[in-house]
Design a protein around this ligand. Structure first.
Ligand code: SAM
Length: 219
């Protein structure tokens, strides 16, 4: 069985009983960064061996993990934070397992986009998640063009290094909409700030952006 296990996005206590039980009972945990996942396994006294499964070894390692699954081993797939496959490795292994008729189950839990959406105060009934915007300015602006007139709440992940630049592009391409910046959710410096794209640029120009961010907008 392949278990797709969601893990905390900051606060180690945000994990389900079933996730902890699963991580304890499987034969192997395939983790994006084994050192990072060790913080979680130590906290919950999980003794299961860990192996790495990340973007740059996912094809080769995926075949190896599939072989173990075919031999009858139980494997849990986790990433550094949140839900595997959501702007994180996972999709390839899940597809391999599915195509090989390996039983798959999901152990749901946190994901930053849903945490941000529910805390944003923006409409939650209809939304679109875009993951990370392209890094290159021209491609980023072109992608943003696609959301002109979008009625649904649009959600992006963004790095602190590109945040002010992205806010500037949002202002210029989408006409200064109201944006919610959800920062460091579930952590000590959690902050959910709602303002125009221009005001948020000014805010984060005065106060350097730090930590992890989700950007949401509703036009
Ligand atoms: N798989 C993860 C999930 O389910 O949300 C996402 C992994 S992606 C590589 C990491 C990005 O998620 C960060 O750059 C940030 O945009 C967002 N993120 C993760 N944790 C967050 C948090 N605690 N607060 C705000 N954003 C977070």
């Amino acid at each position: 069985m392949l278990y797709i296990v969601s893990t905390p996005i900051g606060n180690l206590k945000d994990i389900t009983f079933r996730a902890v039980e699963t991580l304890k009972s499987v034969d192997l945990i395939a983790a994006e960064d084994t050192r990072h996942t060790q913080i979680l396994t130590r906290y919950y006294d999980i003794q299961t061996p860990l192996t790495s499964y990340f973007e740059h070894n996912q094809f080769k390692k995926g075949e190896y993990l599939l072989k173990l699954l075919k031999e009858g081993k139980d494997i849990a797939l986790v990433t550094d934070a949140g839900t595997p496959g959501i702007s994180d490795p996972g999709y390839h292994l899940i597809q391999l397992a599915k195509d090989s008729d390996i039983p798959i189950t999901v152990v749901p839990g946190p994901t930053a986009l849903i945490a941000a959406l529910t805390a944003s105060g923006l409409p939650c009934h209809n939304f679109i998640f875009e993951g990370f915007l392209p890094v290159k300015p021209v491609a980023r602006r072109k992608k943003l063009e696609q959301f002109k007139g979008e009625e649904r709440t649009v959600i992006f992940y963004e790095s602190p290094y590109r945040l002010t630049k992205t806010l500037q592009d949002i202002e210029e391409v989408l006409g200064n909409p109201t944006v919610v910046c959800a920062r460091e959710l579930t952590k000590k410096f959690e902050e959910v700030k709602k303002a125009s794209a221009k005001e948020l640029q000014q805010h984060f120009s005065a106060q350097k952006p730090r930590g992890e961010f989700v950007l949401l907008l509703n036009q």
